[in-house]
Design a protein around this ligand. Sequence first.
Ligand code: SAM
Ligand code: DTB
Ligand code: SF4
Length: 326
Amino acid sequence: MIKDWTKQEILEIYNTPLLELISKASEIHKTFHKIGEVQVSSLLSIKTGGCPEDCGYCPQAARYHTEVKVHKLMGVDEVSKCADNAKAGGASRMCLGAAWREVRDNKDFDTVLDMVKTINSKGLEVCATLGMVTEEQAKKLAGAGLYAYNHNIDTSEENYDKIISTRTFDDRLDTIKNVRKAGLTVCSGGIIGMGETAEDRIGMLHTLSILRPQPESVPINALVAVEGTPMENQPPVPIWDMVRMIATARIILPKTAVRLSAGRLSMSMEGQALCFLAGANSIFAGDKLLTTPNPKYNEDMEMFKILGLSPKKAFADKLVEEEVSK
Ligand code: SAM
Ligand code: DTB
Ligand code: SF4
């Protein structure tokens, strides 16, 4: 049984002396996961920029003047080639991102369903992050073979309207519920480094931890401060905050894949090693996130070699589940 943590308990975990915290998280990690096994996802922006939302961190919001160039929805063939490259590079999951407020029932959605089918047939897990979805849309995605849906809560409920005004925290939770009802796995996390307090970080982790079932995947992003966004001048997140967030997530979300997400380009290999030790077991690999740079593929593979990490195979969890239910 997964424990219901209170905010006070989570705050105490977060404030544990650092090495003790890493050691506790590492114990949990060893109990529930294979040490050194890291899920590698490739990320592709299938529709870029021009988004009507006002998320303060996002370079793709139409209202901010950033260098992001608007690009209409990619075609299925082009996406299929990207999936081949991602697979050849060792990715087991491909995540498709669209700068949409929400999914609409139109031709573009049909194209995305085709993309999901095509990538799934290559033996890759497919994840999508397309904004808000209804239960019916989520079911269509599931029918096309989607494995996971990413929809981040981004910050605490209390801090939400300081970051985004064009939708509410409850809108986010509603989409997560729709995704669950459709039988998809849930990927939901957030961002640190946006000027939030430690209590906001705890509030965000608390909300994620009380979801039942807990999300299968929780990305922890360090803000990539992009010129032209309201957050362009935010100071970089200290690596110690990232390690604390990951270790705390690992302890309260024991079975979840905790993803060391955006911001790795500003982290040393030693810093990332501490994040893996603290329970991170998933990353985005490939030179680009959605619109901003990510470490070079070769450099990541060099890091994997040095730290003794190995990429997790696609559908490994599903296979284990099927074995158990036999
Ligand atoms: N439009 C969809 C949505 O908002 O759900 C999907 C794409 S959106 C870019 C996905 C997530 O990327 C956001 O929820 C946010 O957590 C993350 N993100 C966006 N810009 C970021 C930045 N500058 N730094 C870190 N994470 C960022
Ligand atoms: C997530 O939590 N992080 C990824 C993915 N889910 C979609 C996106 C990070 C985006 C960073 C900014 C950019 O490259 O535009
Ligand atoms: Fe649009 Fe998503 Fe960026 Fe918000 S985070 S502006 S919804 S692309």
